[in-house]
Ligand binder design. Structure first.
Ligand code: ASP
Length: 410
């Protein structure tokens, strides 16, 4: 019986085939063949990715906010969890940016195009107040048609909040969001299933037109991401587990390792949930806290994804000849934090959300194709980190809650 190749295998084959074909065209001095006949198919794939970004962000955020409606019941667990998620994700972004800038400063990321006037063409300006004002939409449809992702997120926050506030009257709206999100998830799955075509055509084009040197750069950007993943796990998670939950870092990683390995191979936080819960309970998390924190974390807490988005954004900005200032890095921290919250806990979802960060930063979304072929390698590490963060959060919140209960009993 013929077995169908899984998507990661298909992508790996497409990647290698694309590189080989690109090298042949490069050395045969016919790079225009890839530009004329292959790249258009890659562009179709990228267009589909762009098309899906707005509905995915809008619906997944509203859906997430609505599901937080339950958080009122578990009020204090809820805010502690979200605070932990936000703080650690912002720290993850900073670590990602520092490592990426060290690599960039050492000249390890290549400039591929010296686009004229590509300094900073995004809608946001250097002025903080202008940036702030630009986040708030004056017209909902304009935000959608311009794919202005910060505005789309504000719209999602407002609509999601509105649904919660309207309570029982908004039952149909809740159901509608859930139904539409299920449809969009299917469409997203279909688009992702086309990725081998996108990978082959764009990889062949990139290698044929930019030459073989680009391959070394991909290894470097992967290395940058993995150094940042590692630092975040060791510095932030083990410190949090030790300081807030009193768990020895070595014990933490030892008992969390089944979930980490499962996440690394499955590249899905959602699929790892049952294993994460087992690990969290073994580490001392309380069942009620873990069963609240872990599913929420698998949906909105994605520190590995945030790191990946920061590193990839710096890399692709450099590739496009765009120089980012410190002010713009701050915007990356905010956007990547929000983008990682909107990332679903499924394979490859973080890469779709990368399109949002790039759009917000005024970087051509087509640049994603440079790293698309190796996304699975980024994804393995980032999912592993995402899951580790959820487990460490469940331990800390358990401890905070039991301290609170002990105080109340005094
Ligand atoms: N695969 C990741 C996860 O499930 C999400 C991502 O693609 O960044 O956690």
């Amino acid at each position: 019986m013929k077995k169908k190749l899984t998507l990661p295998v298909q992508i790996a084959i497409a990647l290698i085939a694309g590189i080989l074909f690109g090298l042949i065209c490069y050395f045969a001095k016919i790079p225009q063949f890839t530009t004329n006949y292959l790249k258009p198919f890659g562009t179709i794939f990228v267009n589909l990715l762009k098309f899906i970004v707005v509905p995915v962000v809008l619906l997944s955020m509203i859906d997430g906010i609505i599901s937080m409606g339950d958080m009122k019941k578990v009020g204090s667990v809820g805010w502690k969890t979200v605070a932990y998620f936000l703080v650690t994700t912002a720290i993850a972004c900073v670590i990602g940016l520092i490592i990426a800038n060290i690599f960039n400063g050492a000249g390890l990321f290549p400039v591929l195009q010296n686009a004229e006037g590509a300094e900073w063409t995004g809608k946001t300006t250097q002025n903080f107040m202008d940036t702030l004002v630009a986040i708030f939409p004056d017209n909902m449809w304009k935000a959608f048609t311009n794919s202005d992702m910060l505005q789309v997120i504000v719209i999602a926050l407002l609509l999601g909040g509105g649904v919660l506030a309207a309570g029982e009257k908004a039952r149909m709206a809740k159901d509608l969001v859930g139904t539409l999100y299920a449809v969009i998830e299917k469409v997203m799955g279909f688009i992702i299933s086309l990725s081998p075509i996108g990978v082959f055509t764009m990889m062949a084009w990139v290698v044929a037109t930019k030459g073989p040197d680009i391959l070394g750069s991909l290894a470097l950007v992967l290395l940058a991401a993995y150094i940042a993943y590692f630092l975040h796990a060791v510095l932030v998670y083990s410190m949090a587990a030790k300081t807030f939950a009193g768990v020895n870092p070595l014990t933490f990683f030892k008992l969390a390792s089944p979930a980490m390995i499962f996440a690394f191979t499955s590249t899905s936080s959602a699929a790892t949930l049952p294993v994460s819960e087992e690990c969290a309970l073994k580490l001392g998390a309380k069942k009620d806290v873990a069963s609240f924190v872990l599913p929420l974390g698998a949906t909105i807490n994605m520190d590995g994804t945030a790191i990946y988005q920061c590193v990839a954004t710096i890399f692709l900005a450099t590739c496009s000849g765009i120089h980012l200032t410190i002010g713009q890095m701050v915007i990356i921290v905010v956007t990547a934090t929000l983008a990682s919250i909107g990332t679903a806990g499924t394979p490859g979802a973080g890469m779709i959300m990368l399109a949002m960060v790039l759009t917000a930063m005024g970087i051509d979304v087509n640049m994603i194709m440079i790293i698309y072929g190796v996304d699975r390698l980024f994804d393995m590490g980032r999912t592993c980190l995402n899951v580790t963060g959820d487990i460490s959060c469940s331990l800390c919140v358990t401890r905070w809650e039991s301290k609170k209960a002990a105080k109340a009993n005094k």
